[in-house]
Design a protein around this ligand. Structure first.
Ligand SMILES: NC(=O)c1ccc[n+]([C@@H]2O[C@H](COP(=O)([O-])OP(=O)(O)OC[C@H]3O[C@@H](n4cnc5c(N)ncnc54)[C@H](O)[C@@H]3O)[C@@H](O)[C@H]2O)c1
Length: 324
């Protein structure tokens, strides 16, 4: 999978699928700041056009649309950042067919379009929080057994495998980034780390927040700025391969609640409700490989990241989905 690939030319065009979403819109901002021409394909199913800057070429469309091939050729796309996805784990449990249509068939379509257009690199947003299952041992590294316990996790894993199988020999470089639970500004509470956004929305509007299960389940919460840095470094360094993107720090949902409540100046205790199907007990990633290959050393500390995110929620709560 790892092959020689020259560095991207200054200003070269890139495609971000799902660029109107939480993480995708931050990736778009970073690529624009580097001076690249950015094309976004997004069907706005969960994304918001207000997150997409005016200088972007925005194409409202579905990644499953075969017209993607022509767009990549027309725009001479150098790198495809594939983030468009059905990201709601619970929805994937309720409707695994829809989840697979977007996350498996959509990813196959992106892989085929990238091969046909002869792009240099595909960077895929996968999920370290959903494909390993409960870690055997302390942390899950990239060689950990793959035991997804939700339809979403199975589909993201299938996406990785299709992208690898459909990357032509001597064709594009494939980089798979397996994110932990991402949080930060612009999050809307539907994604895997939706718990941060859900707690903040409720506590800032004076409502109780519910912890599902006993709250001792753990997650690896990574700030979106660190995820963007991983995408940028993957783009520029062209190392390829599969890398976890997280913090390596395990935080229980109870601890997280404490941090969010403090950042929101809320004194109310959490309410406890029944656990959710398809939920892992533990999730924490070994991030040594990304540190070494992508040079990601300084990560946003959780407490500071939660405080900054709470500030954003305070400002934007009234108009969810806004940029900034
Ligand atoms: N948020 C997390 O904690 C997390 C963790 C691991 C991996 N990921 C992955 O990161 C990526 C981005 O997630 P996010 O949290 O920003 O979610 P998001 O819902 O904010 O973004 C997904 C975007 O994809 C778009 N989209 C959905 N289906 C589409 C389709 N068929 N065609 C075109 N566009 C479509 C949506 O409108 C949205 O803008 C996803 O691939 C997700 O699986 C997220």
């Amino acid at each position: 999978m790892t092959k020689e690939c020259p560095s991207p030319a200054p200003g070269c065009p890139v495609l971000v699928t799902g660029g109107a979403g939480f993480i995708g819109s931050h990736v778009v901002d970073a690529l624009l700041a580097l001076g690249h021409r950015v094309v976004v394909v997004d069907d706005l199913s969960t994304g918001d056009l207000r997150r997409v800057p005016a200088e972007v070429r925005f194409v409202r469309g579905d990644v499953r649309d075969p017209g993607l091939d022509a767009l990549l050729v027309e725009e001479r796309i150098d790198t495809v950042f594939h983030l468009a996805a059905q990201v709601d784990v619970r929805k994937s449990v309720e409707n695994p067919v829809l989840d697979a249509e977007v996350n498996v068939l959509g990813t196959i379509r992106v892989a085929l379009a990238a091969s046909k257009a002869g792009v240099a690199q595909v960077v895929f947003s996968s999920s370290g929080g959903a494909i390993y299952g409960d870690p055997v041992g302390e942390r899950a590294d990239e060689d950990h057994p793959l035991n997804p316990c939700s339809a979403y996790g199975v589909a993201k894993l299938a996406g990785e495998k299709y992208l690898a199988a459909l990357a032509p020999d001597g064709g594009h470089l494939l980089t798979v980034l397996r994110y932990a639970n991402v949080y930060g500004p612009r999050q809307d509470g539907r994604g895997e780390a939706g718990v941060v956004g859900i707690f903040m929305n409720r506590l800032l509007s004076g409502q109780d927040a519910v912890i599902h299960g006993d709250g001792l389940q753990t997650r690896d919460f990574v700030h979106v700025a660190d995820v963007v840095a991983a995408n940028q470094a993957s783009f520029r360094r062209r190392v390829g391969g599969t890398m976890n993107v997280g913090t390596g720090i395990e935080t229980s949902v109870r601890e997280l609640y404490g941090l969010v409540a403090a950042a929101c100046h809320a004194e109310r205790p959490p309410r406890f409700g029944p656990g959710k199907p398809g939920e892992q007990r533990r999730s924490v990633l070994d991030v040594g490989r990304a540190r070494e290959r992508l040079g990601l050393a300084e990560l946003v500390p959780l407490e500071g990241g939660i405080h900054a995110t709470a500030e954003w929620f305070r400002l934007h709560r009234a108009g969810q989905g806004l940029g900034g």
